[in-house]
Design a protein around this ligand. Structure first.
Ligand code: NAP
Ligand code: MG
Length: 486
């Protein structure tokens, strides 16, 4: 059903149009004829207004006690809990992932809000011994100030939540720029913060194009910190532009995550996990499994098992509970993924299953591609090296763990990785030698728990980790205090 609803920005506690009055339409990637609403197409002028509001409200917000700020986040949690299904449906409608994945995303967003709310009663500093008699010294936390939050489309609720909640509990005020194609989850999230009693100006939402609004946030001297998740290309630009302004910057970026399967692994479990890791959420997770590296003794058996599980997957509109794999999130994504598949074949890769855009019936109205497995791929093939960000898995046959580690580490990215083995020695060799920020043993490359740091090495991440205690470290400054009471 089409929705002609007109959505608004949220600046200084007011829902408002863009200053220019320009708008753009958002459609369902499962059915491009379904209009989901129109959204303000903002410019630098709107971003400036939002920065004004965030700057004006900073003093008051940062002086409310942290436990009180925590109470507002607990209220956010209660409201989210009462709207779980609506939030999940919104994610599926605008992003395309299946409803069960959207429900898991809502849960993840709630977990980080709960974790951050509790931090209102901690936000610890240290006391330390002074070298002078009758002196006391300690550290305390202060907020960074006004922070810009720039987020991608693939987790339109959870990623904003895991940045905004720690930012707020530390006493910062926020300008939130969601991805162009997924503003609806962002709007619903901000509505909840408003209803929970966040004072005007503390959170501000500006929708529109990243190159204009995102860039304004990076360039404005009143913004002290930027937390970005998205592509390595844009993250690199934000990091260098922000550094020249001496801003604190955190960038979480792309991945090319590998799973190693050794000959002693539980093959059934490993194959199931690899297929879910590669094709779940249509491969559009930063932690998705993109490569599987198999010890030669079990190669044929493992490939056979993956084929069986892949054939069982049903692709279609993610709102239907029988569907396992939704569409890609946009026409751009469809074009990018099918282009990579073509290049992979051109460069000598062999397709074991899939490889095509799905056509006919409902498929013509959306951006559907078959779950695809490549075999016999040269290590230098483009599909072995670059992030595809779609349901495409590249498999390799290796002689042993050493060769598997070489392949795992021989990419620019270093976000997540996993090994399947029952041999504790091999597992530790792997943990100590793999170059990724998140390491799994006998579990998929996916996700993470909100109380542990999340992020990658090499081109996958720069700056502080997100989530866990590290999240609060990014969004606060440590002040050293010396008191002489002699
Ligand atoms: P993207 O194109 O880099 O965009 C991310 C955000 O940056 C969007 O809000 C975008 O706005 C904005 N932006 C674009 N140009 C900008 C500029 N010049 N200055 C400031 N902001 C700008 O990434 P995406 O395509 O949305 O997301 C997919 C990527 O995210 C993948 O590479 C994936 O691996 C990565 N990702 C990483 C993690 C992680 O934690 N490591 C998690 C999820 C996703 P517009 O939408 O308006 O262009
Ligand atoms: Mg993009």
């Amino acid at each position: 059903m089409n929705s002609t609803e007109k959505f608004r920005n949220y600046i200084n506690g007011q829902w408002q149009n863009s200053i220019s009055g320009k708008e753009y339409d958002v459609f369902n990637p499962a059915d491009k004829n379904q209009l989901l609403g129109s959204i303000p197409f903002c410019s630098k002028k709107d971003a400036d207004l939002a920065i004004d509001a965030a700057s004006s409200s900073l003093h008051e917000w940062s002086n409310i006690t942290a436990p009180e700020r925590g109470e507002i986040l607990f209220e956010v949690l209660r409201i989210m809990d009462s709207r779980k299904l609506d939030l999940a449906e919104t994610i599926t409608l605008e992003e395309g992932k299946v409803l069960s994945d959207s429900e898991a995303e809502v849960k993840r967003a709630m977990n980080i809000i709960q974790f951050s709310a509790g931090e209102g009663r901690r936000l610890l500093g240290n006391t330390s011994q002074s070298e002078n008699e009758n002196n006391v010294s300690y550290t305390m936390r202060k907020p960074l100030g006004v922070v810009g939050i720039i987020t991608p489309w693939n987790f339109p609720l959870a990623i904003p939540a895991w940045k905004i909640a720690p930012a707020l509990i530390c006493g910062n005020t926020v300008i939130f720029k969601p991805a162009f194609s997924t503003p609806l989850s962002a709007i619903k999230l901000v509505e909840i913060f408003e209803e929970a009693g966040l004072p005007p100006g503390v959170i501000n939402l500006v929708t529109g194009s990243g190159s204009e609004i995102g860039q304004s946030l990076v360039e404005d001297n009143r913004v002290q910190g930027i937390s970005f998740t998205g592509s390595t290309e844009i993250g690199t630009k934000i990091y260098s532009d922000g550094a020249s302004k001496l801003k604190k910057i955190q960038c979480e970026m792309g991945g090319k995550n590998a799973v190693i399967v050794l000959k002693d692994a539980d093959i059934e479990k490993a194959a199931k996990d690899v297929v879910i890791g590669a094709f779940g959420s249509t491969g559009q997770r930063c932690t998705a499994t993109s490569r599987v590296i198999i010890e030669q003794e079990i190669y044929e058996e493992f490939i056979e098992k993956m084929l069986i599980f892949t054939k069982e997957l049903k692709t279609g509109n993610g709102i239907d509970p029988d569907i396992d794999i939704g569409p890609l999130s946009s026409l751009d994504q469809l074009e990018k993924v099918t282009e990579y598949i073509g290049l992979g074949v051109e460069q000598g890769g062999k397709i074991l299953i899939g490889g095509h855009r799905l056509e006919g019936e409902i498929f013509d109205d959306g951006f559907y591609v078959e779950p695809t497995i490549f075999v016999d791929v040269d290590k230098e093939n483009i599909v072995a090296k670059e992030e595809i960000f779609g349901p495409v898995l590249i498999s390799f046959k290796v002689a042993d763990l050493s060769e598997a580690l070489d392949i795992t580490n021989d990419v620019d990215f270093g976000l997540s990785s996993s090994i399947y083995t029952k041999d504790i020695k091999q597992a530790y060799k792997y943990i100590n030698n793999v170059d990724t920020g998140m390491v799994h043993v006998n579990s998929p490359t996916l996700g993470g728990e909100v109380h542990l740091p999340f992020g990658g090495l090499k081109s996958s991440g720069v700056g502080h980790r997100e989530q866990g205690e590290e999240g609060f470290n990014f969004f606060s400054e440590l002040i050293s205090v010396y008191i002489d009471h002699s």
